[in-house]
Design a protein around this ligand. Structure first.
Ligand code: FAD
Length: 426
């Protein structure tokens, strides 16, 4: 019997890849290090709470995700958020962010002249490739004219950091424009009724998933590969797909000849604390608030889980407090101090918060979101046209840096593997 292709990682990319391989009549087994599926789209359930540990939602323009949901009969599992837009904190209050690019001139968080100047950014969406190697900050400086500085500090920077955890001085403007294009310019968040892991759980039900199967190494083995698990067992396979963040893929494929983009695909670290409260807290009218880093060096973002219908008990609330990129690094050095500092900062904006906290749960993602650095974009382009081989890749870093990118990557990974396996067996 033909040995299955081994997919490493049961995040949404790995599970969707295995599903797409089955469609192409290529048997696949998914090896997952932890004892749950979903990766950065997992959901934690306890005492009536269903709290997403990573991704919060999906956008209407997530074409690959919606088509997979349709195939699996899951479209009705997606619900609107009670307050689907986010806000920016400026001058003592929340300013509701526009839910579409066209709404930018109405954003009250900017002065009138800067609001008008923001329309200069709109044509850039039509030519993302022009800005691939330009950082987000440089693009705003280039096209924003006199509005550039305020637009960057109080519009673009908080939005980009809130959405991707990115440093605007590093990440590619072209990539942001592609994501906006994928979302058709509309940022209106939806979520799953029963948790962001809904799609992963359904895919896992249809797939051969081996939990607690951490992979230690991938080695070339004849025309195929040998996948070595943590227990030292070697699993020969015609091909494998590394559906893990790029820095993990680099470590696992140290003995293989892989494209240099794999090493250049860096990730931002994301540190946050979920604060469980024993009262609902007045609804802020937005799903989440982002804090411009020119004014706030510690707290990057606060999100209110009760905006997701049915996920928190009626008389409770969970507030997710995310650190800024710079402050997030301190979670690795002194997690207790970083946790207390983050909560104390949040209490400055949300009076009474500390008194209502009954427990907290910290999350630290060493590989939070692909950074899509402007200087790595030439390698990204050549990675897209790399030759086929027995070691393949999937995940958000191989496409656009969000869950939609992970789902999209599954189609191309499955196509490439099916072709390779077909070629090497004939
Ligand atoms: C805080 C946060 C908020 C986010 N919010 C959103 C959002 O609202 N909307 C959105 O679209 N995207 C969001 N994202 C991004 C989204 O979560 C990711 O793009 C997507 O989940 C990536 O899926 P993946 O399968 O590529 O990777 P992952 O989900 O990271 O899956 C990789 C899997 O591989 C496993 N693994 C790792 N090492 C090994 C090994 N050695 N052996 C076996 N298995 C291994 C991991 O345990 C994991 O299950 C967010 C991310 C974070 C961190």
């Amino acid at each position: 019997m033909t040995k299955p292709v081994i997919v490493i990682g049961a995040g949404i990319a790995g599970l969707a890849t295995a599903y797409r391989l089955a469609e192409r009549r290529v048997p696949a087994a998914v090896f997952e290090a932890t004892d749950v599926v979903g990766g950065r789209m997992a959901t934690l359930r306890s005492n009536g709470f269903s709290v997403d540990s990573g991704a919060d939602g999906l956008l209407d323009g997530y074409r690959a995700t919606w088509s997979l949901l349709t195939e699996l009969g899951l479209r009705t599992e997606v619900v609107s958020l009670r307050t689907p837009t986010a806000g920016v904190w400026r001058a003592g209050r929340i300013h509701v962010a526009p839910s579409s690019l066209f709404g930018a001139p109405m954003f009250t968080g900017l002065s009138t002249s800067t609001k008008l100047g923001s329309v200069r950014l709109a044509p850039a969406v039509l030519r993302p490739a022009r800005f691939d190697q330009v950082t987000v900050a440089d693009m705003v400086r280039e096209v924003g004219g006199r509005a550039a500085e305020e637009l960057l500090n109080y519009g673009v920077e908080p939005a980009i950091r809130g959405l991707f955890g990115w440093d605007v001085e590093q990440s590619s403007a072209g990539m942001v424009l592609r994501i906006l294009g994928a979302a058709r310019g509309r940022i209106r968040l939806r979520t799953y009724r029963d948790g962001m892991d809904t799609l992963a759980r359904e895919l896992a039900r249809r797939t051969d998933v081996r939990l607690g199967a951490a992979v230690r190494e991938v080695r070339p083995d004849g025309a195929g590969v040998a996948v070595v698990t943590q227990d030292g067992v070697m699993h020969p396979a015609p091909a494998c797909v590394l559906a893990v963040p790029a820095p993990i893929a680099v470590r696992l494929t140290a003995g293989c000849d892989v494209h240099p983009f794999v090493a250049a695909a860096t990730y931002t670290k994301v540190a946050c604390v979920d604060a469980y409260l024993d009262r609902p807290m007045p609804p802020p009218g937005v799903y989440g608030v982002t804090f411009p880093s020119v004014d706030e060096p510690v707290l990057g973002w606060a999100a209110f889980e009760s905006a997701k219908p049915g996920r928190t008990p009626v008389n409770a609330q969970v507030v997710r407090l995310a650190a800024t990129g710079a402050f997030g690094a301190s979670f690795a050095d002194d997690p207790e101090l970083a946790h207390d500092t983050l909560l104390a900062r949040a209490a400055e904006y949300f009076p009474g918060l500390l008194e209502s906290v009954v427990r907290t749960r910290p999350h630290y993602f060493p590989h939070g979101l692909p950074e899509a650095r402007a200087d790595a974009q030439p390698l990204f382009t050549s990675f897209q046209s790399r030759p086929h081989g027995p070691v393949e890749f999937a995940g958000d870093w191989t496409s656009i840096p969000c869950s939609e990118g992970a789902v999209r990557s599954a189609v191309s990974a499955a196509d490439r593997v099916a072709e390779w396996v077909g070629r090497s067996s004939s």
